[in-house]
Write a protein that binds this ligand. Structure first.
Ligand code: ADP
Ligand code: MG
Length: 396
């Protein structure tokens, strides 16, 4: 029985992830005195993204490649969906495990369509089904099939090649995806977009994803859980990003987490988790005089401008209103965040604007209040105080 049909039987539908267990796994490369990976035990829950993070050379790739047996363990046991991975043929195993690596690993002499259709072809799907699947996957990763399917990898940007790499890994709808620094070779903005897309995909697909990176920020953003690895893949801490950020297990982890830890925690909290403040509002059809009156009776020197359905469309400051004939002459462009946005997004919105708060929208994109810089500073201070208290508890 293949792992995929095992998953189907258990869950009633195909694509959902399965649990992976590493039990006391070691790897000694032929000719080396030291093991590259030593006695690693790790349980990766079904349907989660688990990130292996650690410095270069610590054994992340080796650990990952033992799961699909691109590297054979020297000792230990590996279960993929309750199947002993060492008991079945490596080629059979690999068909149930998508694999995506840095620089996409696409075959340069094959078109995008041929690259993505490779594994379904090996599985002897018929041509029509493969063609339909390739189109579906290109859509899924945000590439127009008509435009890209017949191109060669070199005719795509680095970010587009990475998307194709992810599509190829997903081709046969495997329950498990292994991703080894897949976004390591693209620029930071593209990387951030690819990370967002992976999270969106995972929301739909619920695969079990093992993701390797040396970038702790990436681990925090993507991981449901993070395994912080030291030399020979020794697990220094295995927990949720929240817990690792708030209470690193030891000095090595703390060093790796870095001084940006409390700022990073803002990326884990949502705007809806903090108190919103009221702020003066005016409506687009108000006269400049009405807007001046609103601000005159307020302690603030700017107001949010709402449309007829109470959606924020711009902002206006007192100093510009003073000389304006019409409200519309004085308004300025506005970046809004939603109650679902992270506090990190809110901080960015605040820093991008000249008023010390971010305007927040709720249901129907309607205005619900502002989150202020003071609130964010209080939140960071609170996180630091909690972390310090935990450190003291740990020492005593
Ligand atoms: P990481 O992915 O964390 O950078 P690797 O798993 O690639 O680490 O490597 C872990 C250790 O194993 C390193 O010391 C590396 O030099 C060694 N290593 C990796 N691949 C091989 C190999 N094929 N043969 C011998 N040693 C290897
Ligand atoms: Mg590596």
């Amino acid at each position: 029985m293949t792992i995929q049909s095992e998953a189907t039987r258990k869950t009633g539908h195909d694509p959902t992830g399965v649990r992976i267990v590493l039990d006391n796994v070691s790897k000694v490369y032929p000719g080396s005195a030291q093991p590259a990976v030593e006695n690693v035990s790790l349980e990766i829950p079904a349907g989660e993204i688990v990130v292996l993070v650690g410095p270069s050379g610590c054994g992340k790739t080796t650990t990952m490649r033992m799961i699909n047996r691109l590297s054979e363990p020297t000792s230990g046991r590996i279960l993929v969906g309750d199947v002993d991975a060492l008991s079945i043929k490596p080629t059979t195993l690999r068909r149930s495990i998508g694999y995506s690596i840095q620089q996409a690993g696409l075959f340069p002499h094959m078109t995008i369509r041929q690259n993505i259709g490779l594994v379904p072809g090996l599985l002897r799907w018929d041509r029509k089904r493969i063609a339909a699947r390739v189109d579906e996957l290109l859509d899924l990763v945000g590439l127009e099939p008509a435009q890209y399917a017949e191109r060669y990898p070199r005719q795509l940007s680095g970010g587009q090649q990475q998307r194709v790499g992810v599509a190829r890994a997903l081709a046969a709808d495997p329950p498990v995806l292994l991703m080894d620094e897949p976004f390591g070779a693209v620029d930071p903005i593209t990387r951030s977009t690819l990370q967002d897309e992976l999270l969106r995909l995972q929301d739909e697909l619920h695969k079990t994803i093992v993701f390797v990176t040396h970038d702790f920020g990436e681990a925090v953003k993507l991981g449901d859980r993070i395994a912080v690895l030291g030399e020979r893949s020794k697990i220094l801490q295995y927990d949720t990003p929240q817990t690792i950020l708030a209470s690193p297990a030891d000095d090595t982890v703390a060093g790796f987490v870095g001084s940006g830890a409390s700022l990073r925690q803002l990326g884990l909290m949502r705007v809806k988790d903090v108190e919103l403040r009221p702020h003066p509002v005016v409506h687009v059809h108000d006269t400049a005089a009405q807007a001046r009156t609103t601000l005159a009776g307020s302690e603030f020197d700017w107001a949010v401008v709402l449309d007829d359905r109470d959606r924020p469309v711009s902002w206006v400051r007192k100093s510009r209103l003073a000389q304006a004939a019409e409200l519309s002459d004085a308004v300025e462009a506005l970046d809004v965040v939603s109650t679902q946005s992270t506090l990190e997004d809110a901080l960015e919105a605040i820093l991008a604007q000249q008023h010390a708060s971010a305007v927040v929208t709720g249901g129907g994109n309607r205005y619900v209040g502002v989150v202020t810089l003071d609130t964010l500073i209080d939140t960071i201070t609170g996180i630091r105080a909690d972390a310090d208290a935990k450190t003291r508890d740990g020492d005593g």
